[in-house]
Design a protein around this ligand. Structure first.
Ligand SMILES: CC(C)(COP(=O)(O)OP(=O)(O)OC[C@H]1O[C@@H](n2cnc3c(N)ncnc32)[C@H](O)[C@@H]1OP(=O)(O)O)[C@@H](O)C(=O)NCCC(=O)NCCS
Length: 121
């Protein structure tokens, strides 16, 4: 995916002694004046300590610097952690894709489409 035009990735890391290890990452793609957050994740041990928020802020900063006007993403309706992360960081729900995600037990979940304007950033 990194080979796609407009794609960029960010890595969150921590330093322990002389070692630096990754603890979170995000992948986004810019195009047509918007950027989509394709995926974002933090290692379980490091969750709820602000890493996700820092990754979102870094994506917004990089996209803004490239003239992007809005961030978009899709998130599963049952993903409470991700919904909270995005709501706390200025995203609003702008749509719903029915049965977008398949669950491990062959169930289905809707995707919530979220958007954040970057113009005022
Ligand atoms: C979603 C995810 C990236 C959040 O990362 P994180 O580093 O834990 O997020 P932060 O610590 O920056 O927290 C951001 C906000 O979400 C809240 N939050 C985080 N995890 C939460 C949880 N499990 N339940 C409720 N709220 C939660 C935090 O309290 C914080 O709220 P605040 O802004 O009011 O203080 C992480 O849980 C994850 O990697 N999940 C698995 C992958 C995934 O679902 N990615 C999203 C795909 S769309």
């Amino acid at each position: 995916m990194m080979a796609m035009p407009g794609a960029f990735a960010l890595l969150a890391g921590r330093t322990e002694g002389t070692c630096r290890e990754p603890i979170g990452f995000a992948l986004a793609r810019m195009g047509g004046g918007e950027a989509e957050i394709i995926t974002l994740g933090v290692l379980p041990l490091w969750r709820v300590s602000g890493i996700g928020q820092q990754l979102v802020a870094a994506i917004a900063a990089q996209a803004s610097a490239c003239g992007v006007e809005a961030l978009l993403l899709e998130v599963a309706e049952d993903n409470a952690a991700a919904l909270k992360l995005y709501q706390s960081n200025g995203f609003s729900s702008v749509g719903r894709r029915k049965n977008y995600y398949q669950t491990a037990d062959s169930g289905r979940h809707d995707a919530i489409v979220m958007r954040r304007a970057l113009v005022a950033d």
